[in-house]
Design a protein around this ligand. Structure first.
Ligand SMILES: CC(C)(COP(=O)(O)OP(=O)(O)OC[C@H]1O[C@@H](n2cnc3c(N)ncnc32)[C@H](O)[C@@H]1OP(=O)(O)O)[C@@H](O)C(=O)NCCC(=O)NCCS
Length: 187
């Protein structure tokens, strides 16, 4: 019997500088570039400049590599929303709220149900141990990115209907989705 997404082992490890060439390939892949919209990260130099410090554990953004059955397939990064307040104008930000960005870089692993598991397992296995005081997790896909919105909804995120400005792309917005800490578990 072939292993399906539910059977395959998902794991996470902190990103290191050795991952940066791989990260550049992921960000440049058409299915990611379409939604990532980060011009600075399209070149090797751009990725080095933006992610080398993060990969060293310095700075406020924490990048992780996602592996399926030991194979690196994508990445997820988390940061405190309060530190990026200009990206979340006019919102009450519960202290300690964390936001995540996600990309499955290997196109063979997209649209097969891995995304919802990756998000869910990252929240419960990494965030709950790394930032246990975090009351909510936010994610903000482009509202046209139906695949992402459906995957996050399936993982338990609520679509708030709130569209936030995209400071890098003035003609675009980001849809705020939230997972709320309700005591013993996220909901
Ligand atoms: C967003 C992402 C993490 C989602 O992971 P995934 O494994 O592809 O998602 P899943 O397979 O778990 O779920 C996809 C959902 O979208 C649907 N879907 C798949 N391809 C789609 C498409 N091209 N258009 C619209 N919906 C699509 C699926 O049917 C499923 O919805 P359903 O369960 O309601 O039927 C992944 O696609 C990705 O990394 N994409 C590239 C980068 C990106 O967009 N990042 C998001 C930045 S916020």
């Amino acid at each position: 019997m072939t292993a399906g997404p539910r059977d395959e082992q998902i794991s996470f490890r902190p990103m290191t500088r050795d991952d940066l060439p791989r990260l550049q390939e992921w960000i440049a892949a058409p299915h990611v570039a379409e939604w990532w919209g980060d011009d600075a990260s399209e070149t090797v130099e751009g990725v080095q400049a933006k992610y080398a410090e993060r990969a060293d554990g310095a700075g406020t953004v924490s990048p992780w590599v996602m592996e399926i059955e030991g194979r690196p397939v994508g990445f997820v990064q988390w940061y405190r929303v309060e530190g990026e307040r200009e990206w979340y104008p006019d919102l009450d930000i519960p202290p300690g709220t964390v936001a995540i960005d996600v990309a499955i870089g290997d196109p063979d692993y997209v649209g097969k149900g891995h995304g919802r598991r990756l998000v869910l397992e990252f929240v419960h296995h990494v965030l709950r141990t790394t930032v246990p005081d975090c009351p909510e997790v936010w994610i903000d896909p482009d509202p046209r990115n139906e695949r992402a919105i459906r995957a996050y909804r399936a993982a338990g995120f609520i679509d708030t209907g709130i569209d936030l400005p995209d400071l890098d792309h003035p003609n675009q917005v980001r849809r705020l989705m939230k997972l709320t800490w309700a005591g013993p578990t996220f909901r």
